[in-house]
Design a protein around this ligand. Sequence first.
Ligand SMILES: *Cc1c(COP(=O)(O)O)cnc(C)c1O
Length: 368
Amino acid sequence: MTHVKPQRGLDAIKPYVPGKPIEEVQREYGLKDVIKLASNENPLGPPPEALAAIERALPRLNLYPDGQSYYLRHALAEHLGVGPEQIAVGNGADGIIVQVCLAYLDEESEVIVSRSSFPVYDIYTHVMRARLVKTPLRDYGLDLEAMAGAVGDRTRLIFVCNPNNPTGTIVTADEVEAFMSKVPDHVLVVFDEAYYEFVDSDQFPDTLRYIREGRGNVLVMRTFSKAYGLAGIRLGYAVADPEVLAPLNRVKEPFAVNLLAQVAGVAALKDEAFLKESVAVNHAGRLFLYEQFERLGLRYIKSHTDFVLVEIGPQATTVAQMLLERGVIVRACGGYDLPHFLRITVGTPAQNARLVEALESVVLYSGL
Ligand SMILES: *Cc1c(COP(=O)(O)O)cnc(C)c1O
């Protein structure tokens, strides 16, 4: 029992509900063989080069990590063709979102996000007691015209999730170009490119170009959690003008990126074979799922990521629960304002087959 009240910003927060961990489902349902296709993790495991680097670093765990992540920032800079002063790293891309909100928001600010987009933007906007402005989806994708149209004097941030989680759609280079020509210089546009490596479209924007050209109101965010197979180690990064990054540096935890994450990140960037394999397995798996959803008469949204949004209907949450009881964890999308949909991570061929088998039995036998 406590009489101590949390700060007022928390009243507005819907807590983030993560996908259930495998161990929990095994315990709750007495199942041995459980697969998780709920959090867009890499089904191939971590990159071998990163594992080797982590092992080599273990004897140094008594020491604090480099607070500036010197080698990691330099490796990223070389990888991306920007300067190391244009890179900031964080405890996951989530950590970057926290840094951006701490650095740029207060009670006077407004933040523009899309409906049915990544919920972590909402949480930290509320923590800072800023006002959240949500624009509607257009054809299950972000409506950049509506987002630009929502800008006012108080707008500080716009989060453009591209590709968008949970719909898997992209906004194109032309759309982004038109959008950027409308957004005033006092608004920081955050492009969240967590799924960048999976995109297969020549229409996808080269947002780093804005930063190379010296735009002072663009920040691009990416992560090692998805294609790079390192969700458990927590590592993400931001690319922006050094003046945009300076406030992030002032608010960040002194050692936000741990020592193992730093060496794993450097090694993962070198493991090109792993990245290539991840993208190839995902691409083939995505096509397989499309084919199977069509066979089952289920509508889906074409995706540029390692997950697919599939329409089940009013029973989607029940179907997710029935899949859980069969040892397959997927994400019901009620919390994303898409209550008729499931978001399913593309797994290995065996996992995809198991998902389809379970989904087919649920859809057939429950008369849904
Ligand atoms: C997974 C995800 C993140 C978070 O990545 P972490 O680096 O694991 O914190 C950020 N944005 C989007 C859109 C994501 O899907």
